[in-house]
Ligand binder design. Structure first.
Ligand SMILES: [Mn+2]
Length: 300
């Protein structure tokens, strides 16, 4: 039975009940000709069209009031189940990621003597971010990546910060790049290329990337390293992070500073531009079949 039919049954039943006078209610429910006139040859006085769902149900002339109420309740429950099924099937097709069958998510766990890391990425996310690396400014940058890339991102890292921020920053980048590579799979149907120029006050940073399968990283005119540290993150490690990410994500990535003097602005604009460029490159191309790899070679 369709949800519409179930709704019709419920509505028709309540309509039938509302037409009964108060005095005849019990008797009429005990003899439910008004609900199922087609079952009663003697009910020529009340020729009414029978709802299709009642026609197929087991309403009979000797059914009790309690049984009728049970049947009505069962119809309502079935109606709710069907509506829930309809709602869930609707959201699944609206998601439509990875040929409509697979979610573009990945998790990487990486444990060494230097760091113990878990990273989870949902490419088709909403920008939810739950990160704790122990390096505050790195957490802030990962939040930019999630928010502006519309990725859901979870990162936890217990690193050897008593030494410095090097292993933590580098290994988070390695796990993150691996997550993107894993979640994107064969990259069928995606745009593959992405480019974005992000301003932040005086800073203007362009990130152009190609999820090419060939790791290549280039940094041009980038002056954030004019200062040694931003908060608890050494600026040299930002370059190392970007390079490590591009390597494990197997992406070609160019970062160009077009303007900027404040290192905090330069780094933050870099992550925002990278997030937006990644968002474009990982999104599905509506003109490309979802099983088509965007490469003249046929594989990336
Ligand atoms: Mn290193």
């Amino acid at each position: 039975m369709s949800p519409a039919a179930a709704t019709a049954a419920s509505t028709a039943t309540s309509t039938a009940r509302s037409r009964l006078t108060r005095g005849s209610l019990a008797a009429s429910l005990a003899h439910p000709r008004q609900l199922a006139p087609h079952r009663s040859a003697a009910s020529a006085r009340t020729p009414r069209r029978c709802p299709p769902c009642l026609a197929s149900s087991d309403v009979s002339s000797d059914v009790s009031r309690e049984e009728l109420v049970e049947q009505i309740d069962a119809l309502k429950r079935r109606n709710e189940q069907l509506e829930a099924m309809l709602a869930s099937s609707g959201s699944a097709s609206a998601n439509g990621s990875n040929n409509g069958s697979e979610r573009r998510v990945a998790e990487v766990k990486r444990a060494t003597k230097e760091t113990d890391i878990r990273v989870f990425v949902n490419i088709d996310g909403t920008g939810k971010c739950d990160v704790a690396t122990g390096v505050g400014f790195l957490d802030h940058m990962l939040d930019q990546l999630a928010k502006h890339g519309m990725f859901d991102l979870e990162v936890s890292c217990k690193g050897d910060l008593w030494i410095d921020d090097h292993h933590t920053t580098e290994d988070v980048a390695i796990a993150l790049g691996q997550c993107f590579a894993d979640a994107l799979g064969n990259k069928a149907g995606i745009r593959r290329f992405g480019s974005f120029t992000a301003p932040l006050d005086e800073a203007l940073i362009d990130v152009t990337l190609d999820l090419s399968g060939r790791p290549s990283f280039h940094l041009d005119g980038w002056t954030a390293t004019d200062v040694d540290r931003i908060g608890d993150l050494s600026t040299q490690m930002v370059e190392h992070f970007l390079h490590s990410f591009a390597t494990t994500a197997k992406a070609t990535m160019h970062v160009r500073q077009l303007a900027g003097t404040n290192s905090h602005h330069i780094v933050e604009a870099t992550f925002k531009a990278m997030a937006r460029a990644l968002r474009v490159a990982t999104e599905y191309d509506s003109r490309l079949g979802k099983d088509v790899v965007p490469s003249s070679k046929g594989t990336i």
